[in-house]
Design a binder for this molecule. Structure first.
Ligand code: SF4
Ligand code: SF4
Length: 413
């Protein structure tokens, strides 16, 4: 569906109708009030300067995109704006946009994701010592928020749904945890493992799986993305069953690996086969629970806010499955935003390159979510999880932010 890579200038193949539909849904335009950051603004710029080498201003405008896909979903001309932005970025200078050096370092760190493990150990220690002592608005406190914050679930012990009879005993299931669940939030992997063991599955995480490559792809480095993809594909070919993915961003990237190999039929075919096998966690669990007697109910209502990752909402429209899973858990009451789901403003490396805009989008969402007075906030994307933890800390709230797998595991015993 998405045209992942194109030659310089090919981003302007189809014409923008200038209808403005995208401006109504673009989080960056809404947060900045600057139309040049909307899809229409970017397209206009690309059409006017299509034969010129991108300068720093052009690069910075194209850096200000979350690649959320909201614009493409409403675009009557069916323009694939995220693909256009990524293609344009492949022509940019190495440190393009504001905070280019920090983005470069973050991307490089994902080539050595074990560094994230070290960051977690140090960050968690610092968060334990400093978090409560720093003022609410402290920048350091907000940076530490991704390592801390409450992750305990109120009242889950007495309200768990019994897992069904073990019908899949010993079934091996390949699992792609991604960098975050491997190193930054290993409790995600632990929860996925424990929950699925209750249904007779044994997780198989092939040795050597690395970053899915989304950060490299999104910042306009297709060769780096392909290198990471090839390595993962080879390892995932160890089996031929489903590949479970618990991070929405990794899921979207793996499912679209084939688009990285438009000019390489051999790898495209292999990527296609892997892509067909990846299963997003809420889809897997919904399927698993559908035959279950949802008998266990609870008097204690747990108000849950589920945040839709953009990679599931716009790219794949996986929005009902996580809600269906949550509704099937005892005592869970879903609370929703009156105006519908909103982007959290993380956008991969966007929150590093455009911290002020990212914080504005984040805080707007947090204000609305916290007004619903949820007992817990959950999501299934590691990037969103990080951003929501920071959002809650920035609002000086203690509402737990936990991965969907942790919530499911806690409510099924
Ligand atoms: S992908 Fe998202 S952030 Fe980028 S232009 Fe479209 S709506 Fe705006
Ligand atoms: S919705 Fe599509 S056609 Fe309309 S202004 Fe935006 S990019 Fe152009």
């Amino acid at each position: 569906m998405r045209e992942r890579e194109s030659e310089a200038g090919a981003a302007v193949q189809k014409r923008c109708a200038k209808c403005g539909a995208c401006t109504a849904v673009c989080p960056v335009y809404r947060a900045s009030g600057n139309e040049i950051y909307s899809a229409r603004g970017k397209r206009h710029l690309a059409e006017v300067f299509k034969d010129e080498r991108p300068g720093p201003v052009f690069e910075d405008i194209y850096a200000k995109c979350l690649l959320c896909g909201a614009c493409s979903r409403v675009c009557p001309s069916k323009l694939d704006i995220p693909a256009d932005v990524v293609a344009a970025r492949s022509d940019f200078s190495m440190l393009y946009g504001e905070h280019g050096y920090q983005k470069f370092l973050a991307r490089k760190a994902l080539n050595r994701p074990e560094l994230l493990g070290a960051a977690r150990v140090l960050g968690s220690r610092a968060a334990n010592i400093l978090f409560g002592r720093l003022p609410a608005a402290s920048g350091l406190r907000l940076r530490l928020a991704m390592f801390g914050g409450s992750s305990s679930l109120p009242g889950h012990d007495d309200a768990a749904m019994p897992r069904s009879a073990d019908t899949s005993a010993g079934t091996e299931l390949i699992y792609f945890p991604g960098c975050a669940a491997s190193y930054l939030y290993p409790d995600i992997t632990a929860n996925v493992r424990e929950f699925l063991q209750g249904y007779g599955y044994e997780l198989n995480i092939p040795d050597g799986l690395g970053c899915c490559g989304l950060a490299a792809y999104a910042s306009g480095h297709p060769d780096e993305a392909r290198r990471l993809a090839r390595k993962n594909i080879e390892l995932l070919e160890q089996g031929d069953g489903p590949i479970l993915v618990s991070c929405a961003s990794c899921f979207a990237q793996l499912a679209d690996y084939k688009d990285l190999f438009e000019r390489d039929a051999h790898w495209k075919a292999r990527a296609e086969l892997v892509g067909e096998r990846v299963v997003e966690i809420s889809c897997f669990v919904e399927n698993l629970l559908q035959d279950q007697d949802v008998a266990a109910q609870s008097d204690r209502v747990l108000k849950v806010f589920y945040h839709d990752p953009c990679h599931l909402r716009h790219d794949r429209t996986i929005t009902q499955e996580p809600r269906s899973v949550l509704r099937s858990l005892p005592g869970v009451e879903l609370v929703e935003l009156a105006d519908g789901p909103q982007c959290c403003g993380q956008g991969g490396l966007f929150h590093i390159g455009a911290p002020e805009l990212s914080a504005r989008i984040r805080d707007d969402l947090a204000t609305k979510v916290l007004a619903l007075q949820p007992d817990v906030i959950t999501t299934s994307c590691s990037g969103c999880l990080m951003q929501l933890k920071t959002a809650v800390a920035a609002a000086d709230s203690t509402v737990p932010v936990i991965h969907l797998a942790a919530l499911i595991n806690a409510r099924t015993r």
